[in-house]
Design a protein. Sequence first.
Length: 190
Amino acid sequence: MLVPHPTLFAFDGSLRIAAGAHDEVVQKVGAYLRLKPSAQPLFFDMQTGTQVDLDLRGTVPEAAVAETPDAARPGKGRPKLGVVAREITLLPRHWDWLATQPGGASVTLRKLIERASKDPDLKDRNHSWATSAYHFMYAVGGNLPGFEEAARLLFAGNIDGLRAIVSEWPGDIGDQVLALASADTFGSQA
């Protein structure tokens, strides 16, 4: 049995419908869907900011079991080696550079990730809170005005600048980005 995420939050468009413990969020979203059956809520892990798939067709315990993390989904890749294919988005200049590397894009990216994951001095490793905020921000706000500037400010640690941009975004999106971007959200990780 899969272990459900301890804390989730759910959005319907720009409206945050629920946040909290897994079962509590599932129950609140179930009630929301009874009032608004055409809604298509998105669920996010509170710690990583990544989207989580839940099957809400059953009861709360069934929904917890139906949750499938990305790594457990069958799909492309080399399953025997533990390789899982997923989508990444890069700028054209990044793809151009990767195309010139020996072994191609996948080999180069794996080598870069391995090297970065073993380097304790990398600044990015200490900013998992920014990465969490970015995952959510990209999923729900990737097309919003100022998104790219907001992402730059987020990773630069400029919370005041980020706050100015996301305050113009609709609904609860800006508030959730700021909550995830705050180092205080997960302790002093900055």
